[in-house]
Design a protein around this ligand. Structure first.
Ligand code: GLA
Length: 685
């Protein structure tokens, strides 16, 4: 069974916005959906003004008819609460509940997401419309999941935010003395004497207080979670059999703690839009998929949105090449998604996203985009077996042996303006590590270090890219895992500050210093464009450090400048494990060497001989078996070694059968853009 209620097929379809069209078009939609093999639509995401045209007055007639139409065609409905886009009446009635930017500008409707998530009037209106929807459709057979809100991510700096921020701070610190200490508020005369002196960090004269900024990020993430919880509580009561999700915008949504949200939804869902075409786009899709599965703690998840063809992103248009959308969808499915859904079904004729991709584009069904959708529907229709949840005690849908640390606190802390270099970005560092693994043919999970220290035992290698902020617990968990035999690679500037953003005195990398067997005495940030040679022909840029050995041995030294002859990369044998430290930002070739050496030392190989360099091989656990996917994203024929029974992907989406097999056991040639799925374990009779 898939992540949604009662569906045991790979979910295929997309956001459907019938309120933008006259009713006769709906019937054409249903006809085309049947041709494409669509089995799932997401309804109502931005329908608030159609559902509640005036405050407290509901119009459900159109929605009743659409849901019934979908149901009659065997299409499941993921029903959204429309709370991401309050209607114009909301601005008029509740001006105090609109968001205010950090510069003090009061926003009004005219786009979407215009509300202050802390405002009581917004919360009440959101609860009301969620209740009305839950009461009306909570037990409707067609509803297979609830899609709460859309891409939580709003942040505001108005009076309602100030009020809730203070409450959150009181709960975190208890008394002002502790807050003043955490915020180091004696600096620049910021000591607070009363709670109501505290404001959200709006525009100010010069550098803001970094701990206040970090706390505000933590608070804003918590507020969004509160908004979700309020609706979830209502829907769970009114619609107890229907699972809940909310779509995460990946991977850049900053005001959001994906781990916390992942723990509360019934299943994780994500929206993924490529940042590049071709093979690099495939690496990016794999990153999004691995993030989603990690935030789902290894369970199956759902690709709620992706672009069908043209992605309309401000300043950038990406067109998917022929076949690319099929390969990308299959990547997501291989990496644990129970479906491939799109934004959106039919292209609107106007509106802010008029040129954004659609399954039925402006040119209509006689188009490459629609033909590819039909082809994709057919292929996904042949992959029903993959949606069986994995069996067994370690019921992870994909089981990588490598993990990358991802900690929102460090993400936010590295956004601070008060750092010795503006070079650092946790997202960019994590992405660089993931990309390197992907090109090596290795899948990875993301982990939060203190989630469950024993969870690290699932991995042989852990990459820790510039985790600036580390708690004592995180450091102890990492150290214990290394001593138990783990291999860790830790990048520069990690472990430097504690949870209050206070520097750990005695040397940078303080939290991890013992594990790494080093002391970082002083950072040596480099001016932009300057590269320093290191031994072995590589170079360092942006960041270097003066590292003192405290038990570790030298792997590579700086070969020029004031640090010439000093350690650049070190290795510390500790207990049964090894901890490597990389004290600089490295050129690409040296970065590759560091990662591939760590993989070799930890005994991790590519998923199959021939995987890597743009050929993706992933094992998805499904039921009691394993389905292996191999996808060639390159423009050349490539050979991978595989073993299993190929799934026949040529049969019709109507279930017309094709015989699986014959069994392969050895090299398989994959033409440019070709893919194959195999049952690694024998198929059930
Ligand atoms: C997001 C939103 C959609 C749409 C797409 C377009 O993912 O959820 O409503 O705006 O982006 O890129």
């Amino acid at each position: 069974m898939s992540v949604v209620r009662g569906v045991d097929r790979v979910l295929f379809g997309g956001d459907y916005n019938p309120e933008q069209w006259p009713e006769h078009v709906w019937h054409d939609d249903a006809r085309l959906m049947a041709i494409a093999g669509v089995n799932t639509v997401t309804l109502g995401v931005f329908s608030w003004s159609s559902i509640e045209p005036r405050e407290g007055e509901y119009d459900f007639g159109w929605l009743d008819r659409v849901i019934d139409l979908m149901h009659a065609h065997g299409i499941g409905v993921v029903l959204a609460t429309p709370t991401a886009s309050p209607p114009p009446w909301f601005t008029k009635a509740h001006p105090e509940a609109l968001n205010r930017t950090a510069d003090g500008v009061q926003l009004v409707h005219g786009s979407r997401d215009v509300y202050d998530p802390s405002a009581d009037a917004y919360r009440a209106a959101a609860r009301r419309v969620a209740t009305a929807l839950g009461e009306r459709y909570g037990r409707h057979e067609a509803v297979v999941a609830w899609h709460v809100h859309n891409e939580y991510g709003s942040v505001s700096y108005g009076p309602a935010t100030d009020r809730r921020f203070r409450e959150w701070l009181r709960a975190r610190y208890g008394d002002l003395g502790r807050l003043n200490e955490a915020w180091w508020s004696a600096f620049w005369s910021q000591r607070y004497a009363e709670w109501d002196e505290i404001l959200a960090p709006q525009a100010t004269q010069y550098l803001p207080n970094p701990t206040q900024m970090l706390d505000f990020r933590r608070f804003s993430a918590e507020v969004l979670l509160e908004c979700y919880r309020e609706q979830a509580e209502i829907l769970r009561a009114l619609s107890p059999d229907v699972p809940l999700t909310t779509n995460f915008m990946l991977p850049t949504w900053l005001h959001f703690d994906h781990w916390d949200f992942g723990a509360e939804v019934d299943f994780v869902s994500i929206d993924h839009y490529s940042d590049s075409p071709g093979v690099e786009g495939a690496a990016h899709a794999a990153f999004g998929a691995d993030q989603a599965r990690s935030f789902a703690r290894g369970r199956p998840w759902l690709l709620m949105e992706q672009g069908a063809n043209v992605t309309q992103v401000p300043g950038r248009m990406l067109v998917k090449e022929p076949g690319e959308v099929i390969r990308t969808s299959l990547q997501h499915v291989a990496r644990g998604s129970d479906g491939a859904l799109f934004f959106q079904w039919r292209a609107p004729l106007a509106g802010a996203e008029v040129f954004h991709s659609s399954m039925v584009p402006h040119s209509g069904p006689d188009s490459r985009a629609f033909r590819e959708m039909t082809e994709l529907g057919r292929v996904l229709g042949r992959l029903t077996d993959v949606v069986a949840p994995p069996e067994g005690s370690d019921a992870r849908v994909v089981t990588p042996r490598v993990a990358i640390a991802w900690e929102p606190d460090s993400w936010w802390a590295l956004e601070s303006a008060s750092l010795p270099s503006d070079h650092f970005s946790l997202l960019a560092s994590v992405r660089r590590a993931h990309r390197e693994l992907w090109f090596a043919g290795v899948s990875a999970d993301l982990v939060r270090l203190d989630d469950d220290p024993a969870a690290l035992d699932a991995y042989d290698l852990l990459l820790v890219p510039s985790q600036l902020l580390a708690t004592d617990e995180q450091a102890a968990g990492l150290d214990a895992w290394v001593r138990r035999g783990g291999h860790a690679v830790v990048w520069c500037f990690s472990g430097t500050v504690d949870a209050d953003l206070h520097v750990r005195p005695g040397g940078y990398s303080g939290a991890f210093a013992e594990t790494l067997g080093i002391r970082v005495e002083e950072p040596h940030p480099l001016p932009k464009g300057v590269a320093i040679a290191i031994e072995g022909g590589g170079s360092a840029h942006d960041w270097t450090e003066h590292v003192e050995l405290r038990g570790a041995s030298v792997v590579t030294r700086y070969a020029e400048g004031v640090l010439s002859g000093e350690p650049a990369i070190t290795e510390n044998r500790r207990g049964d494990g090894v901890a490597t430290y990389v004290s600089a930002e490295l050129d690409d070739a040296t970065f590759t060497t560091v990662v591939t050496s760590a993989l070799a030392a930890a005994g991790v190989r590519a998923e199959a001989p021939g995987a890597g360099g743009g050929v993706e091989v992933v094992r998805r656990h499904a039921g009691s078996g394993v389905v292996v996917a191999a996808i060639n994203h390159t423009a050349e024929t490539r050979t991978v070694t595989l073993r299993g029974t190929p799934i026949d992907l040529e049969g019709g989406a109507d279930g017309a059968d094709g015989a699986d097999g014959p069994v392969v056991d050895g090299p398989v040639d994959l033409a440019p853009g070709a893919f194959v799925f195999l049952h690694e374990a024998p198929s059930p009779a």
